[in-house]
Design a protein around this ligand. Sequence first.
Ligand code: PMP
Length: 314
Amino acid sequence: MTASSPFSPATDTRPALLDAIGNTPLLPLRQIGHDLPDGVTLWVKAEHLNPGGSVKDRPARHMIEDGLRTGAYQPHHTLIDATSGNTGIAYAMIAAALNREVALALPENASAERKAVLRAYGAELILTDAMEGTDGAQARVQELVEAHPDRYFYPDQYSNNANWQAHYDTTAPEIWTQTHERVTHFVAGLGTTGTFTGVARRLKEYDDAITCIAMQPDTALHGLEGLKHLPTAHTPSIYDSSLADAQATCSTETAHAMTRRLAAEEGLLVGPSAGANVATALRHAHTLDAGHIVTILCDTGTRYLSDDLWSDAA
Ligand code: PMP
């Protein structure tokens, strides 16, 4: 349970599902990291094992609990937000457990599997122009919220401090404990930037020598789902670029190749942004003499089975 839960233990209305979020395993990549220098270990935080299948369960829980606590999220409100999929799945899952309505705007080219999952949880989908990406979905939500301010609870994950605070309060302390306080490097791709900002901020408080590397796709085209190409997108207001000791880019091809290796060599069926994180972390790990480098497996691979990622794998 998060420290300041809005639910009263006396009334016991807190869905137990919320306590199944987080406390994910931290796994060493023994095969993929087999030729790293002695003393260098590459670790992955298995966020795909959260109940909603992604790293976004944590911020969705934090933003919803924050809204319940402050009163911004009232029983008659429909939760609305723009999401490339995983935050929406987490919102829809948690709202179902709370018996609340959800409406989600997402680009129409989001994967069929994702849309099916959202609909299964009972969410209303607002599909926006694929060419406008997540920025178009955000604009549509803003229009609706401005037109009907009393109808919606709009967490706005791109500017909501509870997004990065979820990782500051939970993901980073878990990494610190699970590495026995030995983590030296952290790598994460930037979407809303909540994962990077929250984890990096907390790790640097533990030890300001920890190197934090922010990764982006190398192109706006054929982007990696969940990640933003910041030169061509709005930079989320929660992003704190001063936490990034280095910037890295990753190509779609490299990310896909590593995603396939994670499944075949490590038994980890995850999505392409996880492949991008691991490829970036592995490249950096090869430049080290010693250290514990940690990155994130952002979501489950079962949502991408019909993607090019697998169809061009033969
Ligand atoms: N990968 C995937 C698959 C995601 O859905 C997201 C969330 N947009 C990210 C990476 C990036 O996480 P964050 O929003 O915390 O930057």
